[in-house]
Ligand binder design. Structure first.
Ligand code: HEM
Length: 234
């Protein structure tokens, strides 16, 4: 009995140490992604476009946070397909996928809260009619954002130990993440499309954040589909 307990505790300790060893690099790389995304937002909007610095704490940070969320969620999806192409290079990143997904979801939640705090015609005129009601761009774009967020919440909840005990069902819920990511693609496409067609209006010729996010999501889907279409190299 004592011996069994000893092994049980030892296995739990090893598992905890393993989890911690994956959390650390995932946290450090996520911080790097967040800093890079923030820097892009600050350079594009505060420095080049001249948005006053007083809007950095929420309005501009929210753009960086949203972009970092999209990139981290991409990192939660790409290492599986990349491992099938180059197992020796990418297999070591697979255990970090879960943490990238959770951190990306956390940032999406922060983005959702900040967006709702700022949501007004003064901050986002492109989403509103003259009368102060939402226009079609605002209605559709926010619908897709909310749908994406709700589905990502289900995926994140399914990761809590004990919530789903069948591996098959867990996999199914995890796959819903792709649907959520598709909604995020629509969220940014609907709000950004008209601006993407006017490159002469881009500050410093830097791509709009919505377009960068669209490209990241589209490449993630492309990678996934190409790995499904072409068999793995052995
Ligand atoms: C409750 C759900 C959501 C709400 C209310 C919401 C709201 C908004 C708003 C108001 C904007 C415009 C921001 C701006 O132009 O400064 C925006 C942009 C954006 N959102 Fe969301 N969003 C939601 C969910 C999501 C999710 C789940 C993601 C990603 C995982 C996401 C990613 C983005 C990105 C990348 C942009 C583009 C930022 C830019 O062009 O500057 N959003 N969202």
């Amino acid at each position: 009995m004592e011996v069994n307990r000893y092994f049980e505790v030892n296995t739990m300790k090893k598992q905890a140490a393993q989890e911690a060893s994956h959390w650390k690099p995932a946290l450090i790389s996520s911080a790097a992604v967040l800093i890079a995304a923030m820097a892009y937002a600050v350079i594009r909007y505060n420095i080049i476009k001249g948005v006053p610095w007083e809007h950095l704490p929420l309005y501009i940070s929210n753009k960086g946070i949203a972009l970092a969320s999209v990139v981290l969620i991409a990192l939660a999806y790409v290492f599986g397909p990349l491992t099938r192409i180059r197992p020796k290079v990418f297999a070591k990143f697979i255990p970090m996928e879960k943490y990238f997904g959770l951190l990306g979801f956390g940032l999406a939640a922060v983005h959702g809260i900040i967006s709702l705090l700022l949501f007004s015609p003064a901050n986002y005129p492109k989403f509103f009619l003259e009368a102060g009601k939402l226009n079609l761009t605002g209605e559709l774009s926010m619908l897709f954002g909310v749908l994406g967020f709700i589905i990502f919440s289900l995926v994140a909840i399914s990761d809590i130990p004990g919530v789903i005990d069948s591996a098959e069902r867990w996999k199914l819920v995890q796959r819903l993440g792709y649907l959520a990511y598709l909604f995020v693609l629509l969220h940014v496409a609907v709000m950004g499309f008209s601006g993407w067609l006017q490159p002469d209006t881009w500050p410093g010729n830097l791509l709009p954040i919505s377009l960068v996010a669209f490209i990241v999501i589209a490449l993630t889907f492309l990678l996934r589909v190409s790995v499904m279409l072409f068999p793995a190299r052995r």
